[in-house]
Write a protein of this length. Sequence first.
Length: 173
Amino acid sequence: MQDKMFCLKKFWLSLLIFLNFADVLRKLLGVFPNLAMTTDSSCTTALHTAATQGHIDVVRLLLETDANLVKIARNNGKTVLHSAARMGHLEVVRSLLIKDSSTGFRTDKKGQTALHMAVKGQNEEIVLELLKPDPSVMHVEDNKGNTALHVAIKKGRAQVLSHFFISHPFLLS
């Protein structure tokens, strides 16, 4: 019976996030505040889902409910920041960094940071946002020895590269 109840709650939570119904979700979390910490078998939280879809109102609501959600990584090691950066959701990235800027240094199972993901996603604004709290994040190497700068070069991301060099000219020396 508890498994059915969990599945039902998870279904409604997922549906509300998918539909971006922040007001209804606020009421539901008022009754079931622990629902925000619900994870599925891959350790995906409601915040992961909302961030991946770019639902900033739902992201803010979930962060208000429990700011520790920003620290939860999925089974593959990716945090909410990884997902939002890869998908190009700038406002979500900003909200997550405000709650905990140290998540920019968290690595997934491949050793990649959210900056690596942002470079792959080609969004130079997100790259710059991820560099703001601590530019040294650009020196983090993944399991293959690649920094985000290496990834940008390999992927031919000219716009991203120009932002790296304009905002951090010391890279050229």
